[in-house]
Design a binder for this molecule. Structure first.
Ligand code: ADE
Length: 245
């Protein structure tokens, strides 16, 4: 993925992108990300990036010129951009959007709003796609941009090392099964014996059953017919029978 993050708080972004798996993905060239400070594109001596809202009211509004100038700067090198505005008014983010973004060839520009909002003319001029990471209001788009970047980067082949772990997990279809590591016993709690049995067939069935059970309990809405194989449906019927006994 190639992207730019336009923000008034570059340290918020770098503090996350300079750690752990994302840091490694950057070092290995799977993620090319530039952090661009909107304030660097102001032209007045006080570097004003926000101003009072016309018509009055609380809070400040991000000014239009610094943002458009920052985007012009990016366009000098590359014209065909995908511009994403993080905002609570956007389309609700989900795994299918992460998957789609992970194959995007264009440079993605993540525009982080802050304060009360962003001058409407930024949207008129750039026609960004708007993404919301959920129905709650953050202090700005930075955390949302990081959520999107994180969820996309881990889908890029090679980033996680073991590509099976991406395919087997939650939200390709149903929730994940429980995981255990050493020790096999602690404070009277045991690892389920099947996981110590070495019988890979049995382990696979056990995990699928646990995943279906967890989904049935926590997210029954995910158990639509088209997610489930005939075998899944049989396991699910068994689980439901067990639960009613
Ligand atoms: N900015 C503020 N709240 C947000 C949200 N829920 N999603 C994306 N960007 C935001």
């Amino acid at each position: 993925m190639r992207c730019d993050v336009l923000t008034l708080f570059p340290d918020m972004i770098s503090s996350v992108l300079d750690e752990s798996i994302i840091k490694r993905a950057r070092e290995k060239g799977f993620l090319d990300v530039r952090i661009i400070n909107i304030r660097d594109f102001t032209q007045d001596k006080h570097h004003t990036a926000d101003d009072y809202p016309y018509g009055g009211g609380a809070g400040m509004v991000l000014k239009v010129e610094p943002i458009l100038r920052a985007v012009d700067f990016i366009r000098e090198k590359e014209n065909d951009l995908r511009i994403v505005l993080l905002s609570p008014q956007g389309r609700r983010y989900e795994q299918s959007i992460a998957q789609e973004l992970s194959t995007e060839k264009r440079r993605i520009v993540f525009l982080c709003g802050h304060y009360e909002g962003i001058d409407e003319r930024v949207k008129m001029y750039l026609s960004p796609e708007e993404i919301s990471i959920g129905d709650y209001v953050l202090t700005g788009g930075e955390l949302a941009a990081l959520v999107v970047i994180d969820s996309v980067v881990r889908l890029i082949p090679g980033v996680l090392g073991d590509s099976a772990s991406v395919n087997e997990e939650s939200f390709n279809d149903i929730l994940d099964y429980p995981h255990y590591t050493r020790p096999s016993e602690i404070r009277d709690m045991q690892v389920p014996p099947v996981l110590l049995s070495g019988d890979h067939g049995k382990i696979k069935i056990w995990r699928r059953r646990q995943a279906l059970l967890s989904t049935l309990k926590k997210r029954p809405d995910l158990l639509s017919e088209d997610n489930l194989s005939t075998e899944d449906r049989e396991i699910l019927e068994e689980i439901k029978d067990d639960l009613t006994i």
